[in-house]
Design a protein around this ligand. Structure first.
Ligand code: BES
Ligand code: ZN
Length: 708
């Protein structure tokens, strides 16, 4: 697939840099900030409020000043191109003396204002599996020095029953509702008020909650409940200031039916209680999108000193085997980028309807069961969610516009952990797959929505879920990889370690990160990378690192060999068969590369049949492999297959797995087919939809609507 050419505008800008222009750019930046409220601690240069600590890691070399000038120059240039810049981020307020630091940026996805903010939550909840609702009280302590006349919470589809302030019924009202953002809850305050108590119930519409019926669980004894708050769904189960810029600590007391275990993104029990009541504490401040709850028939196995796994009893042993390298990953991660700040790192295996691979809920990563394949080959997912304990949970994207800071850094860190634990050859495969994903998605996105290929997004009026693309993850990763290659690992690792330390428990905007980067890079390095083009330009710059993989070299040869034969040749099957002594060492990744190679090389149904006859993809127990396989096959005229067997398998997969990464491409392939195939897709979706998570439902509803 051809690489995208560098955007001409970005190239022209780089060649325009002169010392004079840097000076005038600095002035422009100053002018742009004069109309703002100024207080001690406000940083004129980066346009955000900071604490004393913020500039600690900066070097003051002449070069870094020049580099910063370059950044400011670009930022001011971009004003006219409507690219968000450092100065377009409105800082609003910072509160002093609380253990919770608050940095509020204009967040287009929250109604909460900067007038008053929360700092601590005490949540008491009764989980009613029969009615499928949670009845709860959220007791919010207010934080900071200045508390205004009112406080605004985000809610969505909640039934608010009563609101008290400082022990007395409060004046409150619900504002106008919005389909995406929900409904603001405005509570009036008086001087000296310290606490708001909201008594409420969730409703059947709560998008963060999935109530999973007992029949569909492994043990079929008890139902299962799990939440998914990221990005803006915490408000559907807890009234909160639902923006990553507000952090709070929390405690909770949760009642579930007897015989169930309840877990949160907090300190957790390892055994069931007699009465179904559990208490939790999260002493480190977190943003609302990391609030999480899971409950079901769960057992626990300790993996190491500070890690363990929860899963249904039927699955917990396999899970413990699959994730047995977790403790090693934690140590390697700490060695790379500094201490793990969250105490324990446990994991909860969810039902197969979980729409994601994993979710980095602090102290308790949520995981899809589809990575439990028996050979530990898919544990890069653990490395990824663990890495979020630094990038994301410790240093958090300030708004969803900066989502690449969470995910791009995390993919980079994930690769480093995988390299440390499994060796460079393994990490090379992951990087090559990331590069492939990026190219595949870019090709479509550049046609359909080129703006979406920019790292720094402007998501006002859009669902932040739309930004969950290969751009934030894989373009972000390749940019950071290029930075690493340019400065060398030693400097890069020291930089990242200091970055996580300096900004721990704080938020980060793209521009502040670039300012730090300007402190690391020489001007020559800055220009060589083309930082600005990477962050604010569309597509993929031509200097994107190209990951080569030795292990994939062999796979690619095998693909060529298969595509080179005529499937009608009676000897074809044995001609292309790869001996077991080669494939025995192949992990999931080699097989993915093989399948995608066939697809990209224009394999015919005959070729696919040969491959299936040799390696049995259709019947593979590995969901990652079958999803890639079905996605490829479903685009072809697969009449040559044993349709009975094949159709049944596709259907049963779609009926039982709800992971978006698998099912969306499968349905999309089906919808590309003829009328019969499309009708089949609709028929399966109608049956499967009720068991999918609301997030998967909404993505698929959209996909099907596009094919109406
Ligand atoms: N935090 C994300 C999942 C997420 C992102 C949920 C945005 C809602 C909104 C998680 O860390 C993630 O990236 N999961 C990936 C893992 C993969 C890249 C290894 C997934 O689920 O596919
Ligand atoms: Zn992630």
């Amino acid at each position: 697939m051809p690489r995208t050419a560098a955007t001409p505008i970005a190239v022209a800008k780089e060649s325009m840099v002169t010392p004079g222009s840097i000076q005038s750019a600095t002035n422009t930046a100053k002018e742009l900030t004069t109309s703002r409220e100024r207080r001690p601690g406000f940083c004129l240069m980066c346009g955000i409020f900071t604490t004393r600590k913020v500039h600690k890691m900066k070097t003051t070399s002449a070069l870094s000043v020049v580099a910063l000038g370059v950044l400011l120059f670009f930022s001011s240039c971009q004003q006219s191109e409507t690219v968000p810049t450092a100065t377009s981020v409105e800082p609003e307020k910072i509160f002093g003396d609380t253990s919770v630091r608050v940095e509020l940026f204009n967040d287009p996805h929250s109604y909460s204002t900067t007038e008053s903010v929360v700092s601590r939550l005490y949540w008491e909840a009764d989980v009613d599996f029969e009615k499928q609702i949670i009845r709860a009280t959220a007791r919010w302590a207010l934080g900071g020095e200045s508390i205004g006349d009112s406080i605004v919470f985000d809610t969505k589809d909640l039934k608010i029953k009563q609101v008290n302030v400082s022990g007395l019924p409060a004046k409150w009202h619900l504002g106008k509702s919005d389909e995406l953002l929900g409904t603001p809850l405005v509570v009036m305050l008086e001087e000296g008020d310290k606490e708001v108590v909201i008594n409420y119930e969730t409703t059947e519409k709560a998008e963060a909650l999935q109530w999973y019926p007992a029949e569909l669980t492994q043990g079929k004894r008890m139902p299962f409940l799990f939440t998914q708050s990221q990005a803006i769904l915490a408000r559907t189960w807890v009234p909160c200031q639902d923006r990553p810029g507000v952090r709070f600590t929390y405690e909770a007391k949760v009642k579930v039916p007897k015989g169930m275990l309840a877990l949160m993104s907090a300190s957790n029990p390892t055994q069931k209680s007699d009465d179904g009541v559990y208490e939790f504490s999260m002493p480190q401040p977190i943003p609302s999108y990391l609030l999480a709850l899971g409950a079901g028939d769960l057992a626990f196995i300790e993996l190491g000193e500070r890690s363990g796994v929860y899963a249904e009893p039927e699955m917990v042993r396999n899970a413990a085997f699959e994730f047995s390298q977790t403790e090693d990953m934690i140590s390697r991660a700490e060695y790379l980028y500094g201490p793990y700040y969250w105490g324990r790192y446990d994991m909860l295996v969810l039902p197969p309807s979980f729409p994601f691979g994993g979710m980095e809920n602090p102290r308790l990563t949520f995981l899809t069961p589809t990575v439990i394949v028996g050979d530990m080959s898919l544990t890069s997912l653990i490395a990824h969610e663990l890495a979020h304990s630094w990038s994301g949970n410790l240093v958090t994207n300030a708004t969803w516009n900066d989502f690449w800071l969470n995910e791009g850094f995390t993919v980079y860190f994930e690769m480093r952990i995988m390299e440390a634990v499994y060796g460079p050859d393994f990490a090379d495969m992951l990087e090559a797959l990331s590069y492939d994903d990026l190219q595949r998605e870019l090709a479509v996105m550049l046609e359909e929505d080129p703006e979406a290929t920019i790292l720094k997004q402007d998501l006002e009026g859009k669902n932040p879920d739309d930004a969950v693309t290969a751009i934030a993850y894989d373009k972000g990763f390749h940019f950071l990889k290029l930075c690493e290659q340019t400065v060398g690992r030693e400097r890069w690792d020291a930089f990242l370690k200091a970055y996580f330390d300096t900004y721990k428990f704080q938020t980060m905007i793209t521009e502040s990160f670039l300012q730090e980067l300007a402190g690391l890079l020489t001007q020559e390095e800055w220009n060589k990378i083309g930082v600005n083009e990477w962050v604010y330009g569309k597509g993929l710059p031509t200097n994107c690192p190209f990951p080569a993989s030795n292990r994939f070299y062999i796979v690619d040869e095998a693909v060529k060999m298969l595509l080179g034969v005529s499937p009608e040749d009676p000897d074809a099957k044995s001609m292309v068969y790869l001996e077991q002594d080669i494939t025995i060492r192949w992990t999931t990744h080699e097989w993915l590369r093989y399948i995608r190679g066939l697809e990209a090389g224009g394999a015919t149904v005959g070729h696919y049949r040969l491959a299936d006859a040799n390696y049995g993809f259709t019947a593979s127990p590995n969901p990652e492999i079958v999803a890639a396989w079905y996605t490829a096959i479903l685009k072809t005229d697969f009449e040559g297959f044993d349709p009975q067997k094949y159709e049944e398998k596709v259907e049963s997969f779609l009926m039982s797995v709800g992971r978006r990464k698998f099912i969306v491409p499968m349905y999309a392939s089906m919808l590309e087919g003829d009328e019969k195939r499309q009708a089949w897709a609709k028929e399966i979706y109608a049956k499967a939809r009720p068991s999918y998570h609301p997030l998967s439902q909404s993505t698929l509803d959209q996909l099907f609507a596009e094919h109406e």
